[in-house]
Design a protein around this ligand. Structure first.
Ligand code: UDX
Length: 455
């Protein structure tokens, strides 16, 4: 059993803290946001993250998980401190390390009488290469000699929406440490969890995380560009993707074409890698292109809508889903934001309604007030001239063709995630236009030579 602390009560920090408490460790979780800490102390989790509230409640009531907002005494109280503060993008694409340095600078020394034990600070936040080394130098220059402290890099690969499962069943653990002894100690700590554990140096661990997110971004942008080519040449992208996925060297994951990648990590980390690489003199042209290609997708969707719907400025369009992916209420860098901006920019006067099963409360702050946030898909779709499926929530797959026809003014669905059964909808008179595939149009609506009937 170890005494641990976590700085930063975001999804990564909370899941890590509650997860280790569940494994029997004593964990104190701090955040400068006193409101958030007050909520957590009452057992309220401020995010939609499946299983997290139950995990926190269970461990808070056993006393193994506690919350606070003062990080000054953490090195006195804990042997291992995880840093999982945000590292948001600056305008330049650079990562801001302000929260990380502030957390490091607040940590006070512990009394000489209690020394002898080497304390470990593990950076879980995604950071530029060399940050763990800089953090250690900064801390050591401030602390008295008897305070032995080592900063390691343990990047986190968990995904939003499946964070709890990813904690207990990680794909891998990467431990970046300057000393073999600390690396071994941390390896033993993580051996309670399944999955391979690798111990390496700190810089490699830091780059491993940036490279993982960048390669996912590249894979998605590649999928989207091949899908665009399929669309232009009459091929069916889902069939192409299926065939790609059958090649074990390529694999079936992260080949879904649609509105592109969003969220708090992939876009930010890909941009940061491009900046870091430029400064290091090893430009990442592929990653840079992936970021650019991704940014074009919402506009591409608007153009496809324009091909199907005349005079969108005078129409009512429903957005189904707003979160950057299903299973979360997070709208950070969500494609829906750019989509709304493009729709409004190109078609002033357009009426937009929107519904998301979990992200409506986020949307009220994130979207312009002119977008009507609805309490159900039905409410959003009623009277709409077209709908765009933005986030592939399961409940949208359950909407029947008759519902689309009864609720909407014109049943035209732009399926931005290829989530719907286009053929079945088409057979019942609904126009369903996916990504990277021939638009499926009811026979009676198709004009000779036209893919899409303009209404
Ligand atoms: C990501 C990484 O997967 C995770 O390892 C890291 O720790 C944090 O960043 P997350 O941001 O939760 O996790 O989202 P992820 O599931 O990776 O999806 C990212 C985006 O890519 C979403 O917007 C999703 O809709 C999109 N995506 C994903 C696609 O467009 N196509 C795909 O095939 C897969």
């Amino acid at each position: 059993m170890m005494k641990m602390a976590v700085v930063g009560a975001g999804i990564v920090g909370l899941t890590t803290g509650a997860g280790f408490a569940d494994l029997g460790h004593s964990v104190h979780c701090v955040d400068i946001d006193t409101g958030k800490i007050a909520q957590l102390s009452r057992g309220v989790v401020p995010y939609h993250e499946p299983g997290l509230e139950a995990l926190i409640t269970r461990n808070a009531s056993s006393g193994r998980l506690t919350f606070g907002h003062d990080s000054s005494k953490l090195l006195q109280e804990a042997d291992l401190v995880f840093l999982s503060v945000g590292t948001p993008s600056c305008d330049t694409g650079e990562m801001s390390l302000a929260a990380l340095w502030s957390a490091i600078d607040q940590m006070e020394a512990w009394p000489e009488s209690e020394s002898g034990n080497r304390k470990i600070i593990a950076i879980k936040s995604t950071v530029p290469i060399g940050t763990a080394e800089r953090a250690e130098t900064r801390l050591r220059s401030r602390l008295p000699e008897h305070c032995l402290v080592e900063v390691v890099s343990i990047p986190e690969f968990m995904r939003e929406g499946t964070a709890v499962r990813d904690f207990f069943e990680p794909s891998r653990m990467v431990i970046g440490s300057a000393s073999a002894e600390t690396g071994e100690r941390l390896k033993q700590l993580h051996q309670r969890l399944p999955g391979p554990i690798m111990v390496t140096d700190r810089r490699s661990a830091e780059l491993a995380k940036l490279a993982a997110n960048a390669s996912l971004a590249v894979k998605i942008s590649f999928a989207n560009e091949i899908a665009a080519l399929a669309e232009q040449t009459g091929a069916d992208y889902p069939a192409v993707a299926h065939s790609l996925g059958l090649d074990p060297r390529i694999g079936p994951h992260f080949l879904a074409a649609g509105l592109g990648f969003g969220g708090s990590c992939l876009p930010k980390d890909a941009r940061a890698l491009v900046r870091i690489a430029d400064e290091a003199g090893a430009p990442q042209t592929l990653v840079e292109a992936a970021v650019r290609a991704n940014a074009m997708l919402p506009l591409r969707m608007v153009r496809k809508l324009e091909a199907a719907l005349s005079d969108p400025s005078r129409r009512r369009v429903a957005l189904l889903g707003l979160a950057f992916k299903p299973g979360t209420d997070d709208m950070r860098e969500a494609p829906s934001l750019r989509l709304v901006a493009e729709l409004n920019r190109r078609h002033p006067g357009i009426t937009l309604t929107a519904y998301d099963p979990e992200a409506n409360h986020t949307a009220r702050k994130a979207l312009p007030s002119a977008v009507t946030i609805c309490e159900s898909a039905e409410e959003a779709l009623r009277g709409a001239d077209a709908a765009i499926l933005v986030t592939e929530w399961r409940e949208f797959r359950q909407i029947k063709a008759d519902d689309f026809k009864n609720w909407m003014n014109r049943p035209i669905i732009m399926d931005g995630r290829n989530a719907l059964d286009a053929a079945a909808l088409n057979a019942q008179g609904v126009v369903c236009i996916g990504v990277g595939r021939l638009p499926v149009v009811p026979e009676n609506a198709r004009k000779a030579g036209d893919f899409v009937p303009k209404v």
